[in-house]
Design a protein around this ligand. Structure first.
Ligand SMILES: [Zn+2]
Length: 339
């Protein structure tokens, strides 16, 4: 078996994947036709060129700007269900993902004016339906997009607390420099009191001090990306993450495309693992960033110096760091051979 085939066959876990980044090109076109929306082109190959980022973008902001077409696809409840189902189907069928945490930002995804509660209930029932029919365990994380402002974040947090029975965790995403973590300390305390685990996009841009601020101000169980922690030559930031029991959800290809790292080879995942930091590997936004876990693992082995044993270690970190209920994590551990 080639390395590629070995990787494709491996049962996997994904902790960092945005529903909004999972809209297939064909689905964007179908939805636009169905609802009479305009698109730059209805030719799939032509649209792929506009919709998928294949080389590093100018900045994280520029990359986030590419989400407009995906965002416009959530026209009605039917599309919410269709896109979520396809996201799970792609993860299972194309990548053999058996533990899948999907996250979405209600304020971003439901901009068309859909009711948050109705859309959330639909996502929950779609996940349940998929889980019942496939050997996959799955859960939903609700995101507050920092760039939508503090009021939006507080509204999203209230919504998450209200739905804590059907949400496995809460995430703060994007624009960390403009909206530093300390702004959200009171919100994080409320989430902790409600027993809702927290993950935070941190150290994707900016300075390593932001990672320290995130850990100290918000006490998250996980952080997304975290690459800037590697810039601290003293190693103190990585030590703080370790000491705090934080799992880092790395997304190497995403970091390369947003210029968080200058090359795939320069990604600090191997350094993090060598330092004893618990890390997972995610695809972030597979459709828009033109990636998936098969590709991420292959890059990790061929260009980032990881061994297949390192990859298996990241899978154990994923099962242990997952926000899913213990019985679902146990089920995933047995599928992944990580028990
Ligand atoms: Zn992300």
């Amino acid at each position: 078996m080639t390395l590629k085939e070995t990787i494709e066959a491996m049962p996997k876990a994904e902790l960092h994947r945005h529903v909004e980044g999972c809209v297939r090109v064909g689905t964007v076109i179908n939805i636009a036709r169905r609802h009479g929306l305009t698109l730059p082109t209805f030719d799939p190959a032509g649209l792929e060129k506009i919709y998928k980022l294949r080389a590093p973008g100018a900045s994280l902001e520029a990359v986030l700007g590419m989400f407009g077409l995906a965002q416009a696809s959530f026209v009605s409840y039917r599309e919410v269900e269709e896109i979520a189902y396809e996201a799970m189907e792609d993860a299972y069928k194309k990548e053999n993902i058996r533990l899948l945490e999907l996250r979405y930002s209600p304020d971003f995804m439901l901009k068309a004016g859909l009711d948050w509660q109705r859309a959330h209930d639909l996502l929950v029932s779609t996940v349940d339906k998929f889980e019942r029919a496939h050997p996959v365990v799955c859960g939903l994380i609700v995101i507050a997009s920092r760039s939508h402002g503090l009021d939006s974040a507080l509204k999203t947090m209230d919504f998450t607390v209200k739905n804590k029975k059907t949400v496995i965790g809460f995430d703060l995403a994007d624009s960390e420099s403009a909206y530093p973590s300390s702004l959200y300390s009171p919100a994080a305390r409320r989430l902790h009191q409600a027993g809702i685990p927290l993950t935070v996009h941190s150290g994707e841009e900016g300075e390593y001090s932001q990672v320290t601020e995130t850990v100290k101000a918000l006490a998250p169980r996980r952080i997304g990306h975290g690459v800037r922690a590697a810039d601290d030559a003293s190693g103190a930031t990585v030590e703080l993450l370790k000491r705090s029991g934080v799992t880092v959800e790395t997304n190497p290809w995403s970091n390369y495309l947003t210029r968080a790292v200058p090359s795939v080879e320069a990604h600090p995942l191997k350094k993090f693992l060598a330092a004893g930091l618990r890390c997972t590997i995610g695809a972030d936004d597979p459709e828009i960033l033109d990636t998936h876990l098969n590709k991420e693992y292959l890059l990790a082995v061929e260009r980032m110096g990881l061994s297949l044993d390192d990859i298996k270690h990241t899978l154990r970190c994923a099962v242990e760091g997952s926000f899913l209920e213990p019985d679902k994590r146990q089920q995933a551990a047995s599928w992944l051979g990580a028990a």
